[in-house]
Design a protein around this ligand. Structure first.
Ligand SMILES: *Cc1c(COP(=O)(O)O)cnc(C)c1O
Length: 427
């Protein structure tokens, strides 16, 4: 009677902490047994019991073309037979660097790494090395990977330095990190007033996707660009999630703000471990071997990862790609909101390009505090009802969702119909 998912999860817990290799996969937030996937095809994923789901997680963002896209798989297959890694430069790295700098005009130079975490961690070191300053400003609720300096929560006062948000992070490591509220230009102005000549960098998710989805206000982005420029601090847009997800020009193109450095991951590798950081030439030239800021990686620019990345970046440039992706994601959000309204459920949703947020609240939240006030229990019940009906949403009320180019309007209508039936059952 026990399902294969359950059997695998029990077995996994023997030798893998919590049975998972990344904590949110464990379903702790929503409860229940995590699904083990064995296969994906387009918008669909299949679990270890053979059940298929319409996937709104997409590996947390990378699978913008859907699973097992034939052209991406062919590129990987072609690359694999020539060898897996050389630890020496290859032509594909040059090709993807050229393409990234062409697609993201704020990047004059770019370096490849193997994850989003490495990209942000390296960009911060570079910003500190370039400015010769120590203070890092980040915003509450933004996630920039799991390096020590970024696992920090706000201090007790608005302008006091942060405390570690993870065991194992020395207080000294985050003693130079200031955590400020998102979408609060005043707080940022205050921070620059007090510490302006010591702030090395401000790092931000230009659309937050790691506390559900939060859209930035124009004033917030504008203040950030002006204040960093005025005080000689480096503005880092962490586009690991938003890069090639909210549009071909990423969030910086969408909002017409030019950061000094940008970080990428997720979509850029098309499902393979690939990240990148880049920006102004005069900053990037501080990296080894040109400059004093050390950064390296045995598998950086891996030939299989660059093959998958190049194939993905080629396909997303098709005319109308983002118009169609955005329209489908919007259909999902509007459909769900319509269904909830019909049945009197307090619910809202919004999308920016191919990413979306669902909230059990009357209005889309604009701050971290507002996200915390959404009805998490209502989300958890929705999550399980939808899962049962074959629709896989992120297993946490604090994550954004993703639609791929492989999702059809009919599949999205099916998801909306399932939600409608669930909302109706609540009466
Ligand atoms: C996912 C994510 C990261 C971390 O990337 P990994 O590849 O998981 O290390 C960093 N920043 C943002 C905005 C992300 O969404």
């Amino acid at each position: 009677m026990s399902s294969r998912n359950q059997q695998l999860f029990e077995r996994a817990q023997r030798h893998i902490p919590g049975g998972v290799n990344s904590p949110v996969r464990a379903f702790r937030s929503v409860g229940g047994t995590p699904l083990f996937f064995q296969k994906g095809a387009g918008s669909q994923v299949q679990d270890a019991d053979g059940k298929w789901y319409t996937d709104y997680v997409g590996s947390w963002g990378p699978m913008i073309l859907g699973h097992a896209h034939p052209e991406v798989i062919a590129a990987v297959q072609a690359a694999v037979v020539d060898g897996l890694s050389f630890g020496a430069p290859t032509e594909k790295e040059v090709e993807i660097a050229d393409l990234l700098c062409e697609l993201v005009p704020s990047m004059e130079m770019v370096r490849l790494v193997s994850s989003g975490t490495e990209a942000t961690m390296s960009a911060i070191r570079l910003a500190r090395g370039y400015t010769g300053r120590d203070i890092l400003v980040k915003f509450e609720g933004c996630y920039h990977g799991h390096s020590d300096a970024l696992l920090v929560k706000a201090g007790s006062g608005a302008l006091t330095f942060g405390n570690p948000s993870s065991g194992g992070v020395p207080a000294s490591t985050v003693a130079t990190t200031l955590v400020l509220p998102y979408n609060d230009p005043q707080a940022l102005a205050e921070a620059f007033k007090t510490h302006g000549d010591q702030i090395a960098t401000v790092i931000v998710e230009p659309v937050v996707g790691n506390m559900n989805l939060i859209a930035p206000t124009a004033e917030f982005l504008k203040a950030m660009r002006e204040l960093t420029a005025k005080h000689g601090a480096v503005l880092i847009f962490d586009e690991v999630m938003t890069g090639f997800r909210v549009g071909l020009k990423s969030a910086q193109g969408l909002f017409s703000i030019t950061p000094d450095l940008s970080t990428f991951g997720k979509v850029v590798g098309g499902g393979m471990p690939l990240g990148a950081f880049g920006g102004k030439r005069k900053i990037m030239e501080k990296i080894a071997p040109l400059g004093p800021v050390y950064q390296a990686g045995t598998l950086s620019g891996n030939p299989i990862a660059t093959a998958a990345g190049l194939a993905t970046l080629k396909l997303i440039q098709a005319p109308g790609f983002y118009e169609s992706l955005t329209a489908k994601t919007k259909s999902l959000c509007e459909g769900l909101v319509g269904a909830a309204k019909t049945h009197g459920v307090a619910f809202s949703a919004q999308n920016i390009g191919g990413m979306f947020g669902l909230y059990f609240a009357e209005q889309c939240p604009g701050t971290y505090d507002a996200v915390l006030h959404c009805d998490k229990e209502a989300f958890n019940r929705f999550f399980h009802a939808m899962l049962e009906a074959g629709h896989y949403f992120a297993p946490s009320a604090f994550e954004a969702g993703f639609v791929s180019a492989a999702h059809s309007e009919a599949e999205i209508a099916g998801t909306v119909a399932a939600a409608d039936a669930y909302f109706a059952s609540l009466k």
